[in-house]
Design a protein around this ligand. Structure first.
Ligand SMILES: Nc1ncnc2c1ncn2[C@@H]1O[C@H](COP(=O)(O)OP(=O)(O)O)[C@@H](O)[C@H]1O
Ligand SMILES: [Mg+2]
Length: 221
């Protein structure tokens, strides 16, 4: 299993009312490969991540995650695959305010039926928040909240991380530190990742940089 591609996208097409976002998009990630995707606002980066996550439906093409073709799964199976194989980091953090940090980080494991608080504490330590598991999110800065979100994205050892402008809400210095942390944590855990970012510096730290445009994904450079 270790050498199954975490993501294989072939001939993907998606149109929104009035225009085509992409018509024949291909993308193959190697296990553990961290790819940056750049591109103008509105070009379809978030739509692409939603398609990969099985949260939106393509007009044509196929998406295979860790060997499983999304189109061949029913809704329940697609949800189970998403919970098992994917970790998400969002621009707006999406940390639950009434849960302490450990319970926030343990959520993906809870959804898989495990307790996970021990793993959550270990992941919090990995992102520089060791011993803070009982704190509530309200006392954290934006950069710290995104560290919690990174710990949550990795805690269930997914094959694939999807991060959609994960530092868009942070000041530039914090953003660079958080992106370096995300890239390092993905590399350490062996997770492949797609990181949508506008930061050339962050992109340069990834294994590969692609640009999404009208012609699909092209090497950036
Ligand atoms: N459900 C939808 N219905 C209509 N238009 C949509 C929908 N989702 C996205 N779009 C449009 O698709 C384009 C791409 O959006 P998005 O994927 O969010 O771009 P990006 O993340 O690159 O900024 C935008 O023009 C947006 O308005
Ligand atoms: Mg977007």
């Amino acid at each position: 299993m270790a050498d199954v591609s975490p993501l294989l996208v072939t001939g993907l097409a998606k149109a929104v009312p009035g225009r085509s976002l992409f018509a024949r998009l291909d993308l193959a990630l190697a296990p553990g490969e961290v790819v940056a995707i750049m591109g103008e606002s509105g070009v379809g980066k978030s739509t692409l991540l939603n398609l990969i996550a099985g949260l939106d439906t393509a007009d044509a093409g196929s998406i295979v995650i860790a060997g499983e073709d999304l189109a061949r799964l029913d809704d329940d199976a697609r949800t189970r695959l998403r919970r098992r194989a994917i970790g998400f980091v969002f621009q707006a953090f999406h940390i639950l305010p009434h849960l302490d940090l450990a319970h926030n980080v343990a959520l993906p494991l809870a959804l898989l039926g495990a307790d996970g608080l021990g793993e959550a504490e270990a992941m919090l330590a990995r992102v520089g928040l060791g011993g803070r598991g009982k704190a509530l999110p309200a006392v954290l800065s934006g950069g710290e909240l995104q560290r919690v979100a990174i710990a949550r994205a990795l805690v269930h050892r997914p094959a694939l991380i999807l991060a959609d402008e994960p530092t868009g809400n942070l000041d530039p210095e914090t953003a660079d530190r958080i992106l370096a942390l995300l890239i390092g944590a993905a590399h350490d855990s062996g997770a492949a990742a797609i990181i949508v970012t506008h930061s050339d510096r962050a992109a340069a730290a990834c294994d590969r940089v692609l640009r999404l445009g009208a012609g699909g994904l092209q090497p950036h450079g």
